[in-house]
Design a protein around this ligand. Structure first.
Ligand SMILES: C[S@@+](CC[C@H](N)C(=O)[O-])C[C@H]1O[C@@H](n2cnc3c(N)ncnc32)[C@H](O)[C@@H]1O
Length: 389
């Protein structure tokens, strides 16, 4: 090993020992993994103390693992000059940039530090929000920076995360689940998992509820990285599973969530929730594609609906209205509202169904649904088809 590589590794070890380590990136990968591009290393606080969190950035997906300091330092030593040929280390004292050439020659540049405070110190200045901006999972998901600051491009997502957690907490408080100390929540179409992680952290760590949350998504790469981050965060009862909403065997669920699940995936999720007798069903639909091509408004409205944007809005209103009526007919009381201002996301309608014990006049609701469909010339609606078996 050349002197520069040794110096770089020694600086890394010193920064861990002196608690001046901020983060490190290994790049210029020339190993055998065709997909691996970079290795990003940062600190994570676990119940067992501080650990090194390794995020392996690949072209198609990311994987992650955490190591204790000795293991992590050994991994870095092994990889530098063998697989990775550049390293960038940030400490409170200096930045170190290592470049290893093809013939083994190397260059080490030591510069003034970019960071002069540790991420934790920056966190103390953060204003209070329901979601803790210094949470490790927010950094790992790219919402916050190393210092726990919200990234500029993630401001809308951050508002949405907080608003969602606040809304979900309040819906639960107003539901028959209000006094429950144990909750089983399933998030269908969990995607990158921002909302799933935030909900878990809030119920488990802020409200001290014994919560179990499962995220379901068809994208294996997102499921894998979310499971890695959940493990590194020591969120023991948060897991992500790969699969289709329609195929998921849903049982013993208290709260069913489906946020921005594409098109009729929202109907599949609502149906699963109804079939499993979930106490609370919370969905925020997106891309309403099923109803619009079927809609034929009566002649007297043609002057309005010849404008695509008006038809689009009407299709959205009718789709979510029908979903809400079908939930009512299935024994749920419903609310439909905008859960966040449109400037943060245009997909902001939320439909909430709370299971009620009292029976409803199903025939009256069936007649309303029939009349609406007839008025607009709608032949099929996914949720209705599923409910009719
Ligand atoms: C727009 S993202 C929303 C992610 C997250 N719920 C949110 O609101 O930030 C929609 C996710 O739903 C997933 N999805 C869509 N249809 C699905 C289905 N039928 N079964 C499982 N996942 C589905 C997609 O893979 C995608 O990750």
């Amino acid at each position: 090993m050349t002197e520069n590589i040794e110096k770089f590794i020694a600086a890394f070890a010193d920064s861990l020992a002196n608690e001046t380590f901020i983060k490190m990136t290994l790049g210029n990968y020339r190993g055998t993994d065709a997909h691996l591009q970079k290795l990003l290393i940062r600190l994570v606080e676990t119940k067992k103390g501080a650990r090194l969190f390794f995020l392996f950035r690949q072209d198609t997906r990311d994987t992650a693992k955490n190591f204790d300091f000795a293991e992590g330092a050994a991994k870095v030593k092994e990889a530098l000059g063998a697989d990775f040929f550049s390293g960038h280390l940030f400490t409170l004292n200096n930045d170190f940039q290592l470049d290893i050439g093809k013939k083994g020659k190397s260059r080490l540049n030591v510069a003034k530090p970019t960071f002069n405070t540790k991420p934790e110190a920056a966190h103390d200045r953060e204003k209070q929000t329901l979601v803790n901006s210094n949470s490790f999972y927010l950094k790992a998901l790219g919402i916050t920076t190393e210092r726990g600051e919200i990234r500029d491009k993630q401001q809308d997502k951050w508002k949405q995360i907080n608003r969602f957690v606040e809304t979900l907490g309040s819906l639960i408080d107003k539901s028959p689940l209000a006094e429950r100390r144990k909750l089983n929540i399933v998030d269908m179409g969990s995607g990158k998992g921002y909302l799933t992680f935030a909900a878990y952290d809030y119920f488990k760590n802020t409200r001290k509820i014994d919560v179990q949350i499962t995220g379901v998504d068809t994208k294996q790469e997102l499921v894998s990285i979310d499971n890695d981050i959940a493990k590194a965060s020591e969120f023991e009862n948060l897991r992500f599973v790969h699969g289709w909403i329609g195929d998921y065997a849903l049982e013993n669920v208290d709260v069913l969530i489906a946020l921005h699940a594409c098109n009729t995936a929202t109907d599949d999720a609502i149906f699963k929730g109804i079939a499993a007798r979930a106490d609370l069903i919370v969905v925020a639909p997106c891309c309403h594609q099923e109803i619009r091509p079927q809609m034929k408004a009566p002649d007297f409205l043609s002057g309005i609906f010849r404008h695509g944007v008006m038809l689009e809005r009407e299709a959205e209103t009718v789709t979510d209205g029908l979903r809400s009526l079908l939930l009512e007919k299935s024994g749920y009381s419903t609310k439909l509202f905008e859960f966040i201002a449109t400037e943060h996301t245009p997909k902001n309608n939320m439909i909430v169904g709370t299971r009620r014990e009292k029976t409803v006049d199903e025939d009256k609701l069936a007649e309303q649904i029939r009349a609406i469909k007839e008025f607009y010339g709608i032949k099929t609606q996914r949720l209705e088809i599923l409910l009719n078996g």
